[in-house]
Design a protein around this ligand. Sequence first.
Ligand code: ZN
Ligand code: ZN
Length: 310
Amino acid sequence: MQKQVAIPVRSSSDVQEPAPTKKGLIVWLVVIPFVGLHIMTLGVIWVGWSWVAVGTALAMFWIRMFAITGFYHRYLSHRSYKTSRWFQFAFAILGNAATQKGPLWWAAHHRHHHKNSDTDEDVHSPTKQGFFYSHVGWIFARKNAATRTTLVPDLTKFPELRFLDRFDVLVPILLGCAMFGLGVILEKVSPELGTSGMQMLIWGFFVSTVILAHSTFTINSLSHVFGRKRFVTGDTSRNNLLLAFLTLGEGWHNNHHHYATTVQQGFFWWEIDITYYGLWVLSKLGLIWNLKAVPERVLQTGRVPSRAAA
Ligand SMILES: [Zn+2]
Ligand SMILES: [Zn+2]
């Protein structure tokens, strides 16, 4: 058995279950920046649009969605493949750029969700706490503010991941600055593109980040409400093709709750899972390896009786 590494205490608030009543139930330091992100998208009224700005917003959406699904979720949360420490760090930076808090916080809360799905303990259950809370309200709750470090001892042993987790706004701020800088450069060298520093910042960071956040959050909210159940999982998880398109494969959420340790969420060839295709390419390039497939027995067991032949 692997030796347990002592987990350093990050700060006085970094404990498993902070008392929710001491400073109020809501963390305004999370609410205000999150609302601020949305308000900044209104900047499109003043900066207008250009093909390069909208294209960059789309590219930043897809790249960072892949980072969330392929790295934060399938790698850090579920360890469904292996990689080098350097790529682990690079992937964590890319995931951090999605502006959905740090890698340890994200993975720990997700592991908590799998352990307690649709029970009173679940951090985001639409059936237990309501749709709004499961979609976004839970990230504002003080009880979910700290990283549940006891759930990620395999990750807290890496100081570089602890650093990203502690200073989780650093990468998003750098990304925003990079977008602004790119816009300034493009305005100078290619004025025919019709963009500017502020336009690239608004589209490439703010608009893209807000759409990315709500798309990701649909897996915590809509994926437990709308769709079909193939497997009996003891929770309300569903398979939903539209959400699978939107989130590069995460919409096969009932499959995922049935067998979470695989690198695939689409279990059959017709279940589109773009994240898996991307990870397969990375494995062919030698950047990741030991991808955990879905065992045949997993496909055949635990079927919902009416869908036994599906
Ligand atoms: Zn779920
Ligand atoms: Zn999961």
